[in-house]
Design a protein around this ligand. Structure first.
Ligand code: NAD
Length: 304
């Protein structure tokens, strides 16, 4: 099976540098017309420049591909709307959105200003929401869409100094879970990428000798696997240094306590069974959890 994107149109946010740049080049190489979005600011989100995005467009065109640059700040819905409008005017369709743009404002929570928390949420979470909102109806109407959100191990597992970033990166997974349900009837599939790579975002965090192993291209192979025609749905794909894994959320079967026994002491006494990973399951919707608990409660009441 060879994956190609002939005739498809993709928007990649934050595509001037790092992972987004690599995703954009690879999509174009495999036939997609690509909108290279980038605000062109520094790693902390300050400043703006079109240079990096223009260079990616140049590289795509040099190889005979089609692309244009757009400097929308993903945190601003009107700018994102303009980017999508220009895409539709130019190419008349929109198949793929890779929400990749991101910044860092790391500090321990004790020292972090709320403004730094808000800005990171605005770029990562609201940037993803804004771009997805702007393409959603187009994808619904054409009964086709592939959306990738970019999460992080920092959100799924935590990282010292990244409470803002981690919160935003976990939030995009919650966003994905509901969009998967709402997009299903129009063949809109939404997946998440949790990358780890040597980019300017991580250059001072990763020792130089292993930086070379952590290529953006190794992550891009995963990104493209999440947005082609036969892509999965609701997958969280972790990718880095040639390693690929999937994070999944399971819930234990748990216990049931009758009303008279519903005390904190009894809950604590049952920790082991509550946390027992035998018979755990992956729930398709939030409602499935209520259903599970009610089934136990009703079974108990009926047995009385
Ligand atoms: P990077 O800094 O190299 O690239 C990010 C790009 O996003 C930059 O070109 C920047 O100009 C652009 N950008 C930032 N704010 C923007 C905005 N408001 N609007 C439009 N563009 C904006 O970083 P990267 O390492 O390539 O990261 C890409 C994505 O992957 C980010 O979402 C990041 O959080 C995520 N991620 C990266 C790693 C890693 O190891 N590099 C790990 C986990 C998650």
């Amino acid at each position: 099976m060879t994956i190609n994107f002939e005739g498809q149109v993709a928007i990649v946010t934050g595509a001037g540098n790092g992972l987004g740049r690599s995703h954009a080049l690879a999509l174009a190489e495999r036939g997609a017309k690509v909108v290279v979005n980038d605000l062109g600011g520094a790693r902390d989100g300050s400043g703006a420049s079109s240079d990096a995005a223009m260079e990616v467009v140049r590289l795509i065109e040099e190889k005979g591909g089609e692309a244009f640059a757009h400097g929308a700040n993903v945190a601003k819905f009107d700018e994102v709307e303009d980017m999508v409008k220009q895409t539709m005017e130019k190419w008349g369709r929109l198949d793929i959105l890779i929400n990749n743009a991101g910044i860092l404002r790391d500090k321990s929570f004790t020292k972090m200003d709320l403004a730094d928390f808000q800005l990171v949420m605005d770029v990562h979470l609201m940037g993803t929401v804004n771009c997805t909102k702007a393409v959603w109806n187009i994808m619904r109407e054409q009964n086709y869409g592939r959306i990738v959100v970019t999460s992080s191990s920092s959100g799924m597992y935590g990282n010292f100094g990244q409470s803002n970033y981690g919160a935003a990166k976990m939030a995009v997974l919650g966003f994905m879970n509901t969009l998967v349900l709402e997009g299903a009837k129009n063949d809109i599939r939404v997946n998440a990428l949790a990358p780890t790579a040597g980019t300017r975002m991580t250059e001072d965090l990763i020792p130089a000798e292993i930086y070379q192993l952590m290529t953006a291209e190794s992550v891009t192979a995963g990104a493209l696997a999440l947005c082609h025609k036969d892509a999965p749905n609701r997958m969280i794909l972790c990718a880095g240094a040639g390693g690929y894994a999937s994070t999944r959320l399971f819930e234990t079967n748990g216990i049931f306590l009758p009303q008279a026994q519903q005390t904190p002491e009894n809950v604590i006494a049952q920790w082991k069974t509550i946390c027992d990973i035998n018979n755990q399951s992956e729930l398709e919707t939030g409602g499935k959890q209520t259903e599970k608990f009610l089934t136990k409660a009703i079974t108990y009441v009926q047995s009385e």
